[in-house]
Design a protein around this ligand. Sequence first.
Ligand SMILES: O=P(O)(O)OC[C@H]1O[C@H](O)[C@H](O)[C@@H](O)[C@@H]1O
Length: 479
Amino acid sequence: MSKRFEQKDWQESMRLKLDFNNMMTSYVGENGISEAEIADLQAQIEKAEKAMVEKRANGGMDWRDLPYNQADIVKDINAYVESVKDEFDTFVVLGIGGSALGPIAVQQAINHPYYNELSKEKRGGYPKLYVMDNIDPEKLVSLFDIIELDKTLFNVITKSGSTSETMSQFMIIKEMLEEKLGKEESKKHVVCTTDAKNGNLRPIADKEGYKSFIIPAGVGGRFSELTPVGLLPAAMCGIDIEELLAGAAYMDELCKNDNTFKNPASMYAILNYLAMKRGKNISVIMPYADTLKYIGDWYAQLWAESLGKKFDNDKNVVNVGQTPVRALGATDQHSQVQLYSEGPKDKVIVFVGVDKYKTTLDIPKIYGDIPSLGFLGGETHNKLIKTEQMATEYALLKSGQTNMTITLPEVNEFTLGQILYLFEVATGFAGELLDINAFDQPGVEEGKNATYAMFGRPGYDEKKAELDNRPAKNDKYII
Ligand SMILES: O=P(O)(O)OC[C@H]1O[C@H](O)[C@H](O)[C@@H](O)[C@@H]1O
């Protein structure tokens, strides 16, 4: 159990705060969502709550139990990290989607912004961390200009083992390692995170004798950050994974509140559901902290891939979902807020603020008072970014663009575990309200099958024929 988990007062002081005032009628007038609208949903809310409890009890939401059932895995991961960290300068994740976005987001949130540029001593003795989550040939090749293969540990993360990007990266790395280090020595440079028994990577890991960790069968990729998918990369760069799980467990408790208006995940899901009903099909996530920038990318997959669905559970064509847009405050006040303020009122803006930054940066008072500047000097950047966040919230409220604010008291493993878990539960709940399956992704299959057919893979002849007979492109429209 986490070293601080028992300290109730500490938990409360680190509790995420969610402010929905800017979405509710009481504050914004006709643009807001009224309590009456929420009350009218009561039957749907109760049905959704019941479904969440039943699915969890029947093993349909194993990700809900991850904060509680991994003590042994945490021990294994921490022991493995301790046993290898001195030997390796670099840890490279090969993965994509849910097998990469979480590790990127958590490392960015907790570690020094220039962690990889620090000396190993200043990194606490842990290796640098890179996540290679694409197959741009230039990117992967250029990595070898800055790492030493013989001092690098590669973590191949793929639940299915049928993800072309990850498996092709693995084959490239495997051949390079064996050429440089020989077959036996190279085995120490690969650790696999995959399914216990299914998929293509499990038999390879077992046959090759690679160290491996298991992704629980009942946990889908975008819900897997609190499994070894996220826990190993986090621990490998010195992040306290017990605290991450403790924060998730704490948020689980908060999400059991049967008072809808006091249940963070229910309210997040309900308000976005009602917003979607009003055609607000864009979900902008705008953290006012660089540490939380890639939480936006992780959230984008979770929210888009879970809720973007053609059919409802009765096979009616519904084509639902909200398009996630990643923004960063204060940066995107200078690129996107013009659209948010004066463009279509088709968005829900989710500000993610931080009460206390790790450092305080004073702005020196040099030029007296420059009238056209919003600050006078003698203030701090902490106050400036916070003030700009509040001002932007107000400006968008006034423009009629619905928004809400989630605030982390500070960014640490406990608060990060809370926000990851909050969005996961909210996503599951929103799926129940939309009456869709939030846990599959049939829409990605067409592209995959077309890829295999274009490569002439056996078993895809029908798809190949379909492709060969598709309407030819008209040169007139190719410039
Ligand atoms: O972990 P893997 O099996 O390689 O899957 C990686 C990704 O592949 C697909 O794109 C799925 O739609 C994602 O949900 C998943 O995260």
